[in-house]
Design a protein around this ligand. Structure first.
Ligand code: MEV
Length: 324
């Protein structure tokens, strides 16, 4: 029976949060925290056996073809839907035993759902010796995320596939790798787990209710993404920091910041960071602060004193990899 192991990285949104769901762009970087999926063929045709100790799944059995996903734990939903979507195009003729392992805690908001979706599809393609292009992999994975979550730009899937730092447009209309040297970021975790889909829907509701107010916010975020891309190229950290602060204010205006995020953001700024903002959907999860060699340790300490946990991550990590 054949067996394949694939790994994919987590991500951090740098700029463009929320606006990228609404036909705009964002900057995203892959982080050196990875998730591994091993898939082994079994003789139990039509059955998927899942072991995902990180999310409490032990010998969890589900049908390949049928059954509602609503009762499944979140991690299993993405895996099972990914396999079912793949099966529609490339029928799976054996049973499957899927095992996951992860460097990162699923609560940090580094994108464990997108990483597991992408890695599962890639592992299946490898099992079938199918040359799936990055674009085809993205398409299947994006369909899976929309099936489960109903909303999302797909930026996290692109980071998990391509790795590095990317300029990304909604739904993957544009995915452009950027050359970014040593972006000096500190990542602070609030200790609060946020639900991305709920926050995305909340902002979508705000847009529908008051397009005349929310559209200009998205347009300004979009402009900040364009200027930030230039700053990354020119390593203009002072200007990038200003853009991050502006972006944070706009995310706060959209209603997705939180007392915990604000505390860490202000602590980082007071300690001398060029700028700081939440990263992702908001409501909790992580914030990022732009520092330099002189301010890094002071900012890290300030984030910790304000109740945050500093996460040691490297940016622009490699994308999806077949390991075995
Ligand atoms: C969530 O990590 C980032 C959002 O922009 C949602 C998305 O792009 O899918 C809020």
């Amino acid at each position: 029976m054949k067996r394949v192991k694939v790994s994919s990285p987590g991500k951090l949104m740098l700029m463009g949060d929320h606006a990228v769901v609404h036909d705009r762009q964002c900057l995203v970087t892959a982080v050196n925290q990875r998730l591994w999926v091993t898939i082994e063929e079994t003789s139990q045709t039509g059955e998927i056996l899942i072991d995902a100790p990180d999310v409490g799944l032990d010998q969890f059995v589900v049908s390949l073809k049928q059954g509602e996903l609503t009762d499944l734990p979140k991690a299993a939903k993405f895996v099972v839907q990914a396999i079912r979507n793949f099966d529609q195009f490339h029928p799976v003729k054996t049973g499957l035993h899927l095992t996951t392992a992860s460097d990162f805690n699923a609560t940090f908001g580094f994108g464990s759902s997108s990483a597991v979706t992408v890695a599962s599809i890639k592992a299946l393609a490898e099992l079938q010796q199918l040359a799936l292009s990055e674009a085809q992999l993205f398409k299947l994975a994006y369909q899976t995320v929309l099936d489960i979550q109903g909303v999302g730009s797909g930026f996290d899937l692109a980071a998990a596939i391509w790795g590095g730092t990317l300029l990304f447009s909604t739904g993957g209309k544009e995915i452009r790798p950027l050359v970014v040297k040593n972006l000096p970021l500190v990542v602070g975790y609030t200790g609060v787990k946020a639900d991305t889909a709920t926050l995305v829907k909340q902002v979508g509701g705000f847009l529908s209710a008051a397009p005349e107010l929310v559209t200009p916010i998205f347009d300004t975020i979009q402009e900040s993404v364009i200027q930030a891309e230039q700053d990354l190229e020119e390593t203009n950290w002072a200007h990038l920091g200003q853009l991050m602060n502006l972006h944070q204010g706009l995310l706060n205006a959209l209603g997705v910041s939180s007392p915990e995020l604000e505390r860490l953001v202000f602590a980082a700024r007071s300690a001398g960071a060029y700028g700081a903002k939440l990263s992702g959907a908001g409501g909790g999860d992580c914030m990022i602060a732009l520092v330099d060699n002189k301010t890094r340790s002071v900012v890290e300490e300030a984030i910790q004193t304000a109740g945050g946990q500093v996460l040691p991550v490297e940016l622009s990590a490699p994308g999806i990899k077949v390991e075995e």
